[in-house]
Design a binder for this molecule. Structure first.
Ligand code: ZN
Length: 439
């Protein structure tokens, strides 16, 4: 019942606000701020739909009010407390600034006149529970409902039942949010307000600290909802400086009211409800995906069988020929058995491959020692060559030639000597010119 009547009263009140907003020119704005030509003023009124955006304030939620850069919404909690709250109202009035007040039901019950002053000054009035318990995150839904409902009832009572003066805005005490509480508030069409930045004015800090925290945090975010308390003397002391700095810094005050069927919401885009929406053009870091390799003409090498390897649990299979068992002929080099799987195949290089020049033979020359043993290869006559190596005798030249085989002449055990056709290993020489064999 309460929520239904609250909504209905909001509709009526909204109609009045709409009528005022529908005027071609706001008389107060047109006339400026009476008595204060340098007033900060209120730049615009933002109409929001709590049903579309049930939770706002980047201190706790993804969304916040759709403010433009350098726009600020002032909020005050925990009042009314006559001495401080009245000073706050005077300071705001002097600069023609409109704010939102979250009233505690017990305070409204004790100081109902303070609630009416808020309404008469044109500020937005939300609620802040009945007793301000710092346990909304632990209490049952029934307890939370009772706190919410009683706070609304007490505030309404202070307003003499003027439901139009009460907005469906609620701030959880201590910002101790809980899903169940937020769900309940949303079901009633009440918007849960967190904030974008506080000024720590409920702590035991100086007004100077409150001022600096408010301005530095605002500067960091560029815009947003500032959380203050109208029951704190330090806030009273800091507020004039804050308003002055806002004016000097080019900040604009925005007044927020709830939408109703007769008061349409301010047109916005979903992105505007983010404090810093990511532009669509921002490059995002994407990790490369792991590719799925698909092999064309997939061919697999045959798996060698144990019989091919010739091993059976470490023992040689019958029929296999161990390398060492075969007798090697003289000068024969033992080579490993041919493996049963394919050997490395040569890769044909493409035609356009740039070929490196063949390195000069001098690069591989081994410098001679001081007393090297040089073997000269000398030509042999055909008959002798035929007798010694008949297969090598072909077109043997009688002319004496020689090659320097240097250190390469050192024989490797088991290797076969290599020599040009028609040449044979000559006698050791001490470096003198090789001489023909028949001389
Ligand atoms: Zn509070």
């Amino acid at each position: 019942m309460i929520e239904r009547s609250l909504r209905i009263s909001s509709l009526f009140g909204a109609a009045c606000v709409a009528a005022a907003l529908a005027l071609p020119l706001d008389p107060a704005r047109a006339a400026g701020c009476p008595g204060n030509p340098d007033a900060l003023g209120t730049s615009r009124t933002l109409v929001v739909d709590p049903l579309e955006h049930p939770r706002i304030g980047t201190m706790q939620y993804p969304e916040t009010l759709p403010l433009r850069d350098h726009e600020v919404v002032l909020t005050f909690d925990d009042g009314p407390l006559p001495r401080e709250s009245n000073q706050i109202l005077d300071i705001l009035a002097k600069d023609c600034v409109k704010a939102t007040f979250f009233v505690v039901g017990r305070m409204a019950k004790t100081f109902p006149d303070g609630v009416r002053k808020l309404r008469d000054a044109g500020h937005t009035i939300g609620t802040h529970s009945q007793n301000h318990p710092l346990s909304f995150n632990r209490m049952t839904v029934e307890q939370a409902q009772q706190e919410v409902d009683q706070g609304i009832a007490s505030t309404l009572a202070a307003l003499g039942g003027d439901r139009a003066a009460l907005s469906p805005f609620f701030r959880i005490p201590g910002l101790l949010r809980a899903e169940a509480v937020e769900g309940y508030l949303a079901s009633r069409g009440i918007q849960t307000w967190s904030a974008d930045f506080p000024a720590d004015d409920w702590r035991h800090v100086s007004p100077d600290t409150v001022f600096h925290l408010a301005m530095s945090r605002l500067a960091a975010k560029g815009k947003g909802i500032l959380l203050l308390h109208d029951i704190q003397p330090r806030t009273v002391a800091a507020l004039p400086r804050i308003l002055q700095a806002l004016k000097a810094g080019g900040y604009k005050i925005v007044h927020v009211v709830a939408a109703t069927p007769n008061l349409p919401k301010t047109p916005t885009t979903p992105q505007e409800w983010r404090l810093h929406p990511a532009p669509e053009t921002v490059a995002r870091v994407r990790w490369p995906k792991v590719p799925r390799f698909v092999f064309a003409n997939e061919q697999m090498l045959p798996v060698p069988e144990i019989a091919d390897i010739g091993l059976d649990r470490g023992r040689l299979l019958p029929g296999s020929v161990p390398i060492r068992s075969s007798r090697l002929a003289r000068d024969q080099v033992p080579t490993p058995q041919r493996s049963p799987w394919p050997r490395q195949t040569s890769i044909e290089s493409p035609d356009n491959l740039i070929a490196l020049p063949v390195p000069s033979a001098s690069l591989f020359a081994i410098p001679e020692r001081s007393t090297p043993a040089i073997r000269a290869m000398v030509p042999v006559k055909a008959d002798r060559a035929a007798r010694q190596a008949p297969r090598l005798v072909r077109n043997v030249s009688e002319r004496s030639t020689s090659i320097d085989i240097g250190a390469a002449a050192r024989p490797i055990a088991g290797s076969v000597g290599i020599a040009p056709e028609g040449l044979q290993r000559g006698p050791l020489d001490t470096g003198s010119r090789p001489r023909p064999l028949n001389h």
